[in-house]
Write a protein that binds this ligand. Structure first.
Ligand code: FES
Ligand code: MG
Length: 596
């Protein structure tokens, strides 16, 4: 039986609340929704029903204040003439979910697709914040294609320790090094770590959370200025109100996500990603959103559009400041204004405000140059990711903006010389193996080594883990080496300042060449040609494959088994491949058949 056609000239929700051809079903749908005090008159008045996709709960502290912000969203929806319906999204919290929240991004996506498609919703406010909540929501909105608008939760306030800024995540990686070097004790370590989280909100560094929310704004999916407002500021609650109000108009104007998230919008997001030195996780998420929006975006577009865009945001981990400073300095609009003036943005891209990017940016004041640097005096001249390939993988990325002068001096020839370095591989099979053996003196790790971690991709882990930014053995740290080059088929935290080569696709678990790498092999990194190769003859590689026995992966939950059976690789977004052909459901599939 074919799905029911959209009731012509009416809101989608009227197929539930007010279908003259089907009065018995209308009664059935209405009676239960009236039992908490709604009236039939309200639901049958042609008022848009606006979902509030609630990602906040006790398991997701980064987004928990959305429970309160939702009240202001409701006020906005009501004042705009709509009716709000709040519902939960599967919890997605970055640090608390084992084995990794990345495994659950696609589960939350699936759940949200089902809710947006199967309930009487005309539009939706997507509450976002913690890393995976933003992509999961935007992926689902793209698939279903109901009018949608992002409400970011905003970063925490600045953290301070002894008067110095302490940023989320980054303080952990840096304090771990001090702890390993014996410079601080565990109590001091804990107090530094906790100092970085002084209030409600998501991570205050330019990690994956602030990066993804900034890119949602760059895509045109939130109101201008939304991304960076710190969670506790009054402006945040005011933004919640405006966002709710605007959601109702989006339905009336039929502004759907696919009208906003076009190729030009994605190119804008890539330019902004470079300018804010975004997390290395963002190409994965943005590529996934693009695929579900029917836009053919690849890592090559990241190289093409983003490689030579300078870093303007002086925010940690690439720079000094935190989210609260970034907001006060002008936030995403100030960055976009600079890019637009420099001719690096499509000003004609449409946004959920009902105006174009250029119209939104008209009148935006100049940024505070300490925190958001001028285009011609940037934090770093090239903010883009280097997209690498070679005989170990087809695609991996490296964030060049975090390469320190010390690192450059240690590993790379003088500028002008070929930027090539040969390193000895130290290979680990996942983080447990790494932790068990990293201090083993037999490995003889020195500063001519590259630490490699494998079986940490989408299928290997499962979900792909943030483990590529590996710390050094204490003996090496005590010799004054701050970090070594690292390589892996997993990811790393967006708050990390390590210039790792990561997201290697295909991963070792599905036959990527990393699987046959051995400790002691020589790896050549050629930055000029963006290549990473193991220096082994073809015959040796073939011989190793002949005797290679792939490890068995145990699924611990049913979802892990489903996920592994259909997940793609990180370079194409780590999407559920079976979900990708489901595009624009409201237009291609109509409305689902009746429930009784
Ligand atoms: Fe949730 Fe960083 S852990 S935003
Ligand atoms: Mg993370």
């Amino acid at each position: 039986m074919p799905p029911t056609e959209h009731v012509k000239g009416k809101l989608r929700s009227q197929a539930w609340w007010d279908d003259p051809a089907n009065p018995e079903m209308t009664a059935l749908y209405l009676e239960r929704f009236l039992n908490f005090g709604l009236t039939a008159a309200e639901l049958q008045a042609g008022r848009p029903i606006i979902g509030i996709a609630q990602t906040g709960n006790d398991l997701v502290p980064c987004n928990r204040h959305h429970l309160d912000l939702a009240d202001r969203v409701r006020d906005g929806v009501r004042d705009g003439g709509g009716i709000p319906f709040e519902f939960p999204v599967h919890p997605l919290q970055e640090t608390g979910k084992r084995p990794t929240a990345a495994l659950d991004r696609n589960l939350a996506y699936l759940g949200l697709v089902e809710v947006l498609y199967g309930y009487p919703l005309d539009g939706v406010v997507l509450t976002t914040g913690c890393d995976k909540t933003t992509p999961a929501c935007l992926m689902a909105a793209a698939t279903v294609n109901v009018p949608a608008i992002v409400l970011s939760g905003g970063p925490m306030l600045n953290g301070y320790h002894n008067g110095m800024r302490t940023g989320s995540g980054l303080v952990i990686w840096r304090s771990k090094r001090l702890l390993a070097a014996g410079e601080i004790d565990y109590e001091e370590y804990m107090s530094r770590v906790c100092a970085s989280a002084p209030s409600i909100g998501h991570c205050n560094t330019m990690g994956t959370a602030l990066s993804m929310n900034s890119l949602a704004e760059a895509l045109g999916m939130s109101l201008p200025g939304c991304a960076a407002i710190p969670a506790p500021y009054r402006e945040r609650a005011q933004m919640a109100y405006y966002t709710g109000r605007r959601a109702v108009d989006l339905v009336r104007e039929d502004v759907t996500p696919r009208k906003i998230m076009t190729m030009r919008a994605f190119e804008n997001a890539i330019a902004v990603a470079s300018a804010i030195a975004a997390s290395t996780n963002v190409p994965i998420h943005i590529n996934a959103i693009a695929r579900h929006a029917g836009v053919a975006l690849s890592n090559h577009d990241w190289q093409r559009v983003g490689a030579d865009v300078p870093v303007l945001a002086n925010t940690a981990p690439a720079g000094e400041f935190l989210g609260e400073d970034f907001y006060r300095a002008g936030g995403v609009p100030a960055v976009m204004r600079s890019l637009l003036t420099a001719g690096r943005l499509h000003g004609d891209a449409m946004t959920v405000s009902g105006r174009t990017i250029a119209e939104n940016l008209d009148g935006v004041p100049p940024a505070d140059p300490a925190v958001i640097r001028p285009f011609d005096d940037p934090v770093a001249p090239r903010g883009g990711l280097l997209v690498m390939s070679g005989n170990l993988f087809d695609s991996a990325v490296m964030k060049t903006s975090v390469i320190t002068d010390d690192f450059r001096a240690r590993y790379l020839p003088e500028p002008g010389e070929p930027q090539t370095v040969d390193l000895r591989a130290i290979v680990f099979d996942g983080p447990e193996d790494y932790h068990a053996r990293i201090e083993d003196p037999e490995l003889d790790i020195d500063d001519r080594c590259i630490l490699v971690i494998r079986y940490t991709g989408p299928i290997g882990y499962p979900g792909s883990a943030e483990v590529v930014n590996m710390e050094l053995p204490s003996a090496v740290v005590q010799r004054g080496v701050a970090s070594l080059p690292t390589l892996g088929d997993g990811r790393q935290s967006g708050t990390s300042d390590a210039p790792s080569i990561l997201n290697a696709s295909p991963e070792a678990a599905i036959g990527g060449t990393l699987a046959i790498l051995r400790t002691g092999d020589r790896i050549r990194i050629d930055l000029d040609n963006a290549r990473v190769d193991v220096l082994l003859p073809e015959e040796e590689i073939a011989a190793r494959w002949a005797e290679h026995a792939p490890p068995a992966f145990e699924n611990q939950t049913p979802w892990q088994e489903i996920y592994r059976s259909t997940v793609g690789q990180l370079d194409s977004g780590g999407c559920l491949e079976l979900a990708v052909p489901y595009q624009d459901l409201t237009n291609t599939k109509g409305i689902p058949r009746d429930s009784h």
